[in-house]
Design a protein around this ligand. Structure first.
Ligand code: 8YV
Length: 324
C-alpha cells in the first residue's frame, strides 16, 4: 500500500474537519494556530504533498518558488484566493482550488447585517446603551436611515451578490442595480428585480447603498478610490464584505471625514488585522473582524469542501473547484 499523502493544514479548522483530514491523509496540524511565516510555508511546500491554507497565508511567487518543491496542490480554505499568486502557481504547474457555494448564504447575511446596522445605527446604539448614556425614549433619538424600498447597488453580480439581492429585494423591497463584466442571464436578474448598469460609476451615482462583491485582483485593487467615492451620494452607505484591497482605505477615511458619504459597514480591511485608526473612532462606521463565513456550519462545510478537493486530486480524479 502506498503512503498516504502528507497535507499541511496551516490554521486550526473545525474539529470535525481535522478529524476527517486525519482519517484520509498524513496530516500536519498547526495546534498553536499562529500564522505560518514565509519560511514555514516554504518548508510546508518542500515537505508535504498538499497544502490547505487560508487567507492569512501569503503564498507569494517567492514562497511558491521553493526548490525542491514536493507539494502539487494548494486547496485554499475560502472562496477568495488573493492570498495566492495565481500566475506563479500556474507557471509552476501547481493546482489551486477554492471553496465556493458553501459560504454564499453566510456572507450575504453579513453584508445585510452591516447594511442594516450602519443604516439603523445599531453599533452606535449598543455602545450608547452599554455606556449607560440612554436617558429614555424620545421621538428624535438616534434617527437612522430607512432601508426598505431604497436602491441597493451591487458591484459584481456573482453568487454572493445575487444572494444579497435576493434578501434585499424579496425581504426589504429594495430596488437592485448591479454592474458586472460578466452579465447574468436576463431571467436570473429579472427574478431578483435587478437592473444592470454599464459601469461602476453609474451604480455609485444612483445607489443609496453600495455593496462590493467583486474578487480582489490586480484590476480591482482600489476600485473604490477617491474619485469614485466622490460619485456616491452624500446620504449613501458603502458595505464591503469582499476584500479590503478593493477599497482605498485612506480615501474612504477621507470621504467619511468630509461627510462625502453617510457611513460604511466593513468586514474586510486593506491591511487586516490592522484597521485604519480613524475608522475606530467613527460612530457612522460598523466594523467586523472578517466574519463573512464565520458560522460553525459553514466553516465545517468549507473544510470538508477543501478536503474533497484534496481527495479527488490525490485519487487522480478531476477536482471540483479548480482555480488553476
Ligand atoms: C474566509 C473569505 O474566512 O472565503 C473567503 O473568501 O473571505 C472567508 O470566507 C477566509 O478567506 C478564510 O481563508
Amino acid at each position: 500500500m502506498s503512503a498516504r499523502p502528507r497535507v499541511v493544514i496551516t490554521r486550526r479548522i473545525p474539529a470535525a474537519c481535522e478529524t476527517e483530514a486525519q482519517s484520509r491523509f498524513d496530516v500536519v496540524l498547526n495546534r498553536e494556530d499562529v500564522p505560518l511565516t514565509a519560511a514555514q510555508l516554504g518548508e510546508a511546500l518542500r515537505t508535504a504533498d498538499g497544502l490547505l491554507p487560508t487567507v492569512t497565508d501569503k503564498l507569494t511567487a517567492d514562497v511558491l518558488g521553493v526548490e525542491p518543491r514536493r507539494a502539487r496542490i494548494i486547496a485554499n480554505f475560502g472562496v477568495g484566493f488573493n492570498n495566492i499568486d495565481i500566475e506563479a502557481a500556474r507557471a509552476r504547474g501547481l493546482t489551486v482550488t477554492n471553496t465556493p457555494d458553501v459560504l454564499t448564504d453566510d456572507t450575504a447575511d453579513i453584508a445585510v447585517t452591516l447594511l442594516l446596522m450602519v443604516a439603523r445605527r445599531a453599533g452606535e446604539g449598543e455602545r450608547h446603551l452599554r455606556a449607560r448614556q440612554w436617558t429614555g425614549w424620545r421621538p428624535t433619538h438616534m434617527l437612522g436611515t430607512k432601508v426598505s424600498g431604497k436602491t441597493l447597488g451591487l458591484i459584481g453580480f456573482g453568487r454572493i451578490a445575487k444572494a444579497v439581492a435576493r434578501r434585499a429585494h424579496h425581504g426589504f423591497g429594495m430596488r437592485i442595480i448591479y454592474t458586472d463584466p460578466f452579465p447574468p442571464k436576463p431571467e436570473e436578474a429579472a427574478a431578483l428585480g435587478a437592473e444592470g448598469r454599464e459601469s461602476v460609476e453609474a451604480v455609485l451615482r444612483e445607489a443609496d447603498f453600495v455593496s462590493l462583491h467583486c474578487p480582489a485582483t490586480p484590476e480591482t485593487r482600489h476600485l473604490i478610490n477617491a474619485d469614485r467615492l466622490r460619485l456616491m451620494r452624500p446620504e449613501a452607505f458603502l458595505v464591503n464584505t469582499a476584500r479590503g484591497d478593493v477599497v482605498d482605505e485612506a480615501a474612504l477615511i477621507d470621504a467619511l471625514q468630509r461627510k462625502r458619504i453617510a457611513g460604511a459597514g466593513l468586514d474586510v480591511f486593506e491591511k487586516e488585522p490592522q484597521v485604519g485608526a480613524p475608522l475606530l473612532a467613527m460612530e457612522n462606521v460598523v466594523l467586523l473582524p472578517h466574519l463573512g463565513s464565520a458560522t460553525l456550519e459553514t466553516r465545517v462545510a468549507m473544510g470538508m469542501r477543501a478536503l474533497e478537493n484534496l481527495t479527488r486530486f490525490f485519487d487522480g480524479q478531476p477536482v471540483r473547484d479548480r482555480v488553476v
